[in-house]
Write a protein that binds this ligand. Sequence first.
Ligand code: UD1
Length: 375
Amino acid sequence: MKKVLHIVGARPNFMKVAPIHRAISERGSLSQKLVHTGQHYDVKMSDVFFSDLGMPAPDAHLGVGSGSHAEQTARVMLELEKVFVSEKPDLVSVVGDVNSTLSAALVAAKMGIPLSHVEAGLRSFERTMPEEINRILTDRVADLLLTPSADADANLLREGLEPARIRLVGNVMIDSLLSARDRALRLPTLPDLGLTPRGYAVCTLHRASNVDDPTVLGGLLSALGHVASRLPVVFPVHPRTRKRFAEMGFGPTLERTPGLRLVDPMGYLEFLALTSQARLVFTDSGGLQEETTVLGIPCLTVRDTTERPITVDVGTNLVVGTDPVRIQNAADRILDGYEKKGRIPDRWDGHTGERIAQVYEQFLGVGEASRLAAV
Ligand code: UD1
């Protein structure tokens, strides 16, 4: 049987790989293995997602951990090369834009192993963003470019990538969301936190450009303080952000901010229970812009750009930058009842994993999909 090797490394990868893994396993025409690089290693940043998403434990764990970009990328490359030599995959499948994604792409390309990039073509057009470099380089060397939306196809074509490599498959992360939503809503997350549906806001912040600069972070926290004066704000704090709070001395101010609840990072289901019933989401995450669009929850993205413009053009997302006054005004409008209404983009329908499994069968010349293509 032809073998697909999936590479996961960091939190936002898990909900993208789970539906692909499930679809391949249900179709039964390919063998597959899951390799975890260990870029994220805390139980709350990694292990809990495997159980929440019903994903099997990784077949290999490389344990690379944290480090500078060069260290982390290089360590993943060194370890993955050994895995690719022993596993001899017919296709390497990577998702998203984290350092582990780029490392795997480079190793596969150099070893002449076909590479698929899921979530190809997203561009923020901000070269200072590490993820943008990872996206551009991964797309450049991928044999299959599986895109979530037509804007991504347009970006790839503009960069001169061959149309034959590109397939608009839809947003695979939404498969995970739709299949987990009912289970999430049965959890006692809201009562446990003393919250009522639509009676609170959710905040996440972890982008280097926001949390590594004390002026930017201070401004964001002051805007958050304003929102928290109007309704409770739950803020699951990413480990990187928690470190910055300590280094920059924001801890005491945050503890004194009325209405603000700092909590540990949450599992997939618990966090979905929280976001799907929020009044407002305040974030610099990429995935959350997409999830709020599907959930119909207003989202304020505290960045200057987004690589996911469809969430603004079609969905509930507003990109409001990092100026605290602008953020407060945008939040006030929503809380005063002027919410942006949106629609769900095409092919964000819960069936992207199956479409990807079909593309892999065709590409590798196996299964029903490839027999039909050959007729
Ligand atoms: C990474 C991704 C980012 C993604 C984010 C989601 C890159 C370049 N960035 O950022 O695109 O949105 O994951 O979380 O790949 N840490 C822990 N425990 C962990 C993981 C990290 O304590 O399990 C701390 C360490 O101090 C580490 C820091 O967080 O140095 C940053 O981790 P890293 O993996 O480098 O990047 P993220 O900020 O998590």
